[in-house]
Design a protein around this ligand. Structure first.
Ligand SMILES: Cc1ncc(C[n+]2csc(CCOP(=O)(O)OP(=O)(O)O)c2C)c(N)n1
Length: 359
């Protein structure tokens, strides 16, 4: 009889190794096969622009121009590395934290903030960028991503789908259902888990007893890769290989990026209530941009002018008062609005009319 280990090998499923895959170490030294120079420069540029976008968005919350913003500071290597690994035809399914991934994919910065500004369900055309709308409920987009991937495979389209989720989201039933059916259907999906160690105030140790989140993949019958999530080159290479495998019929994979959320969960969170003040310190030394500055022998000023221009344009757009029709929020939710939705719309209309003194 075959041992469980033999079955793993038969299925070409290797348990993730004890250490996360690394291509560039914390000092900026290459310790693995590097992507070519053009890709390295694109990764560096994407992270510098992403961080500037992130800082600008955080500032806009303080000025009351943005309702809420979940910062990606420190997670740029995951978002930029995985997104640049996508082919133009592929799809990206982001969470609320992945605005930097959106901008990397080409979504205009102001459109990337529409949802978080509270103006519309989504500010960009998902089909134009092949980026699904950002979503706040955890893991709910994962089954949608599997559905899109499965449909693409049935139609013979050469498409892979990258879906982001956090470590906390892996505890949701939707994540389990998505992992399971992706594997059963051999759907061309890569689940990228940004393990930033915290789900608001819940630390990883209270989230799972698994050795790594990547290990979970084996139980579903797909490969799991544990990657240094602050190494954009490692994220890019591992994600690209997983996407290639998915596109060529090899089925789904899980990639876990081992990283850290430097900032609070959102601008309305206070980390001092649940984590020690020095918790982030070891991670500052692992900064993904600093590592690339050292690798490439250049500093972030290389892209400073472009980053400042982007931030200034974003400020100018966000400082304009948006024209919103509250009524529109009820459109496009269902093809045929439910009675409850119609009642809510009528209630809002009456409230607005009363505000105008028309009631
Ligand atoms: C289904 C669902 N349950 C609870 C929440 C409330 N909630 C918002 S963010 C969050 C933590 C998520 O942590 P994680 O998945 O690790 O992602 P991160 O925010 O760290 O990127 C929770 C519990 C939610 N948005 N959706």
């Amino acid at each position: 009889m075959k041992s469980p280990r033999d079955v793993l090998v038969d299925n070409e499923l290797e348990l993730p190794g004890p250490d996360p895959v690394q291509v560039v170490d914390e000092t900026g030294r290459a310790v693995g096969d590097l992507p070519d120079g053009e890709v390295l420069r694109a990764l560096h540029r994407g992270m510098v622009l992403g961080r500037r976008f992130d800082r600008q968005a955080t500032a806009l919350t303080k000025q009351g121009r943005l309702a809420v913003y979940p910062s990606s500071a420190g997670q740029e290597a995951c978002q930029v590395g995985a997104t640049l690994a996508l082919a133009p035809n592929d799809w990206l399914f982001p969470t609320y934290r992945d605005s930097v991934a959106l901008v990397t994919r080409g979504v205009p910065p102001v459109e990337a903030l529409t949802l978080l500004r509270g103006n519309w369900h989504s500010g960009y055309d998902p089909y134009a960028y092949r980026v699904a709308p950002q979503c706040t409920p955890l893991a709910t987009s994962a089954p949608h991503a599997v559905g899109l991937a499965h449909a693409a495979r049935l139609r013979g389209d050469n498409v892979a789908v990258l879906v982001f989720m956090g470590d906390g989201a892996t505890s949701e039933g939707d994540a389990h259902e998505a992992f399971n059916f992706a594997a059963v259907l051999r759907a061309p999906v890569v689940f990228f888990i940004q393990n930033n160690q915290w789900a608001i105030s819940v630390p990883l140790a209270k989230q799972t007893k698994a050795p790594t989140l990547a290990h979970k993949a084996i139980g579903y019958g797909m490969p799991g890769h544990h990657v240094d999530g602050n190494d954009a080159a490692a994220v890019y290479e591992v994600t690209r290989a997983a996407l290639d495998r998915a596109r060529s019929g090899g089925g789904p994979s899980i990639v876990e990026g081992w990283t850290y959320r430097i900032d609070p969960h959102t601008n309305s969170d206070d980390t001092s209530r649940y984590r020690p003040a020095d918790d982030a310190e070891p991670w500052r030394a692992k900064d993904p941009i600093l590592r690339f500055d050292r690798l490439l022998g250049i500093d972030s000023d290389t892209h400073a002018e472009e980053a400042e221009r982007m931030a200034a344009d974003l400020r100018a757009e966000m400082n304009k008062d948006a024209h919103v029709e509250p009524d529109e929020l009820f459109e496009h939710v269902y093809a045929v609005p439910t009675p409850r939705l119609r009642a809510q719309r009528d209630f809002l209309r009456a409230e607005l009319a009363a505000d105008r003194g028309e009631a």
